[in-house]
Each structure stands twice: as C-alpha cells, then as structure tokens.
Design a protein around this ligand. Structure first.
Ligand code: PEP
Ligand code: MG
Length: 280
C-alpha cells in the first residue's frame, strides 16, 4: 500500500505454509488473512487459494515423484484431492470476508467450467451466506478458450501470464536453454490475452493480469491498447507503472494493439512495441 497500490491483486496464500500442520489450522489462517485485509484499509484484497504443486511444492501436501508436475496435481486440482485442506481454507477466507467486505477469492489452475462450479458449490457449503467475490485464474489454455463461459459464472478473471505463456508455448521459463522460446510478447500469447479481454468486455466481467507481464513497463502501451485496465504487479513496480500510464494515450495505444494483433512473429511484436515507445 505504501507504494501507492489500489489494493492487492494477488495474495499467494501458499507462502504462509511453512509446515504441513498449517494447512489445517483454520484459526491461524484467519489471523493471517485478517491482518492482510486490515492492512489494505478497505481496498480490495484477493486471496488466491493454495497454489501448490508444479514449481511450488509444499511438504505434506504436494505429490512427490510425478512424472510431469507442471501437468500434474497443481493448484485447485491438488485441493480437490485434499478436500480437508481446501474446505479449511475456504472456511477461513469466508470467515475473514464476513468482517472485511474488501476480501475476494481467486482460484488457480482452473481448466474448465466443472472445476469452477465445484469450487462455487464447496464455498456455498462451507458458508451459504458468504459475500466473497470469486475470481478464476486464466493460466491454462483451455480456460482462455472458455473465457466467456467462466466469466459468466464468476465475478472476475485474473490472467496468470506466467503459466499461460509456458503452457501456450510449451516452454518452461525457468529453463535457461528455452530462453528463445519463452516470450510473453509471442503473438500467440498476445492474441490469447486479447480474446480473454474481449470475453470480459462481452460479459461485463472485470479482467486483470496478475502475471509478470503486468509489471512490465515496456508492455504497458500494448496492454492498455488491448483494453487491460487492471494490473496486479509486484509492489516495487507500482510507482513506475502509475507514472508510465499517465503518458499513454489509449487511442494511440489501441492502434499499436491492432498492429500487434496482425503480427505473426515475436520480433515483429517487439519492434512495434519499441517503435511505439520511441515515438511517444
Ligand atoms: C501466473 O502463473 O502468472 C501467476 C501469477 O501465478 P504463479 O506465478 O504464482 O504461478
Ligand atoms: Mg500460475
């Protein structure tokens, strides 16, 4: 908040779990989430439910020895396997939401409508009167293709460009030999993001980006041009983003976005973005 943010767009709750017994400690979670909700002073705070597995193992929760953990039991899929853990967390967030109407909940690794409906039903079971806004992370390509249907069933979409890029391009961004393959400015990624934003507009659903791309000042004119209006970035990036946004004319940014959406190569996208920045 000290950096001038309008809220917290992504609270990674798995970071609070250093010991397996924390997973089932509802009161401990309530204390931690309440402290964060108070610190945001009424501005929105989005708690992402445990996103464990893949690159985020947690002892006593994630599955050891999966052949391909990134395509395995990650995020909400793992939570469905451990309903004791998941319902404890849903109850804790719902409890905090009762005292703090600024609390929202975000579900990671949703790949289809069934999963979102199941979470909505579980939340209604643990607290039939909850007033939490529910968001879907769009980070699996199937979710981007179903963005209209998901948007129609929840309150907001939050695009996880880190995983979405990795899954669209089949490239692990932490693998240094794949650096030439992983690019958030890949035309396929930008077109996918554009289609999610269109789905948001057509269904009247808020769309934010919570992956690293949201904090990239270079990509900012393009993102504005595509119609993105909600950015969830690392705290140190907030002042720079807020400053840069002031000098972007959305009409001119839209022209950039239309050109980028015609591009078929990463280099073309990068050149268009850099030329636009140099000229404005
Ligand atoms: C993402 O995938 O873009 C994201 C924000 O989630 P994480 O990086 O925590 O997987
Ligand atoms: Mg992710």
């Amino acid at each position: 908040m000290a950096m001038g943010a309008d809220g917290i767009g992504l609270f990674r709750t798995e970071l609070l779990v250093s010991r397996p017994e924390h997973l089932l400690d509802e009161d401990r979670q309530v204390v931690a989430y309440s402290a964060a909700a108070i610190a945001t002073e009424g501005r929105p705070i989005v708690f992402r439910t445990f996103d464990v597995g893949g690159d985020k193992p947690v002892a006593g929760f994630s599955i050891d020895g999966e052949t391909n953990p990134f395509l395995g039991l990650r995020g909400v899929r793992l939570c469905f396997e451990r309903l004791d853990v998941f319902t404890t967390q849903l109850r804790a967030i719902a409890r905090v939401g009762r005292d703090h109407p600024n609390v929202e909940i975000l579900i990671p690794m949703i790949s289809g409508v069934e999963e979102l409906e199941r979470v909505i039903a579980l939340l209604a079971e643990v607290d039939p009167d909850h007033r939490l806004k529910i968001g879907t992370m769009v980070e699996v390509p199937s979710a981007s293709l179903l963005a209209h249907e998901l948007a129609a069933r929840c309150d907001f979409l939050s695009v996880g460009t880190n995983d979405l890029t990795a899954y669209i391009l089949a490239a692990d961004r932490t693998n240094t030999s794949l650096q030439g393959f992983y690019s958030e400015l890949h035309p396929a990624v930008i077109r996918t993001l554009s289609s999610i934003l269109v789905a948001g507009r057509e269904t009247g659903t808020k769309v934010s980006v919570c992956g690293e791309l949201a904090g990239d000042v270079r990509a900012l004119p393009l993102l504005i041009g595509l119609g993105l209006r909600h950015f969830s970035a690392a705290a140190p990036m907030v002042p720079r983003l807020k400053h840069a946004i002031q000098s972007i004319d959305s009409q001119q940014a839209q022209e950039l976005a239309s050109q980028v959406l015609q591009s078929s190569k990463v280099q073309e996208v990068e050149d268009l973005v850099d030329e636009w920045i140099a000229a404005h």
